[in-house]
Design a protein. Sequence first.
Length: 382
Amino acid sequence: MSARPEAGLYLHIPFCRSKCDYCAFVSYPLGRHDLTDYCTALAKEIKKVSTLDWSRNHRFSTIFIGGGTPTIVEAASLVHLLDLLRSHFWVDDQAEITVETNPNTVHSEALSHLREGGVNRLSIGVQTFDDAILTRIGRTHTAAQAITAATQARESGFENINLDLIFGLPGQTLSDWQATLTQAINLAPDHLSIYQLSLDQGSRFSELADQGALTLPDEEEEAEMFEFTNLVLPPNGFERYEISNYSRLGRQCRHNLNYWDNGSYLGFGAGSVSCLSGLRLQTTPNPDRYTKCITQDLPPYIEAESLAPEARFRETVIMGLRLITGIDGNLLRERFGLDLREYYGTILENLIHQDLLRFDHNRLYLTERALPIANQVLAELV
């Protein structure tokens, strides 16, 4: 019998205490939404999807519970959902199991419950250790709470902790960013996800920027923050392995590596996406509609798309180039029967000539020059 193909599992908890001003993700202030009904619907969807042939024929090496703020749900309920996944799917004994959290929604008892329940990776949404900036961007925790959350997570037995940080925030200076990054390093996490602020459509910051009412660091200041990040992290034990992600040895996020490799994954919950060997399913982002559909045994999907091989090839190239290790042209040819240079032709050659891409032993990489403008470069390959 051939080995089962590998895939990931993703659960989306779309609720937060409040919506941050920069956020355009599928998330909602808890308000009138019923967490119990939503979790019951998640449990029902898990059980139903587990009966599909595709589910039975795959093994799952990662589980990621994201949001929103998953820890707005009681730890016991999250562990119950994990137990359902492990009992209904072929989950590896050594699976990476991540839960996202915010500093003001966890405490020692909840962290211990999650760790004992099998969660072995915690991702904490810190963003900055500057209280004034936290208030300015609509975060409801303090720097002290973030430090406490990271400390308690380690004391609770977590050996794989990620901190999310953002630079280029309103009113943020280079010295502000240096202080935040230094504090993050001092907490000795295993992984850092560091993003430049993006004014995504649908966020409050995007609206304020359109009105000319948002003051952000200029390009030179942002470049200095970017340069400082990549100067200070390597000597402190962090290797950059993706455009926005840095890890200690052996602590790369396996769930995201599968995503960047354009691998398969099953998504559960409002706003989740599933990619099943080229079939992409988008679930309704409305949590009430999602709960109603699952309760009434109706499909919760708002879009289904079967990607043609060429479309999957392009996606694999674009996502794979986010990795510092680049993409292997030989493996792409084996997987899709297409050659990178032949397929992209002059587009690729022009980017190489501009020192934005480089070929080395049939691997394609973004250059150092391209990393700060990676999204613009990758858009050329869509």
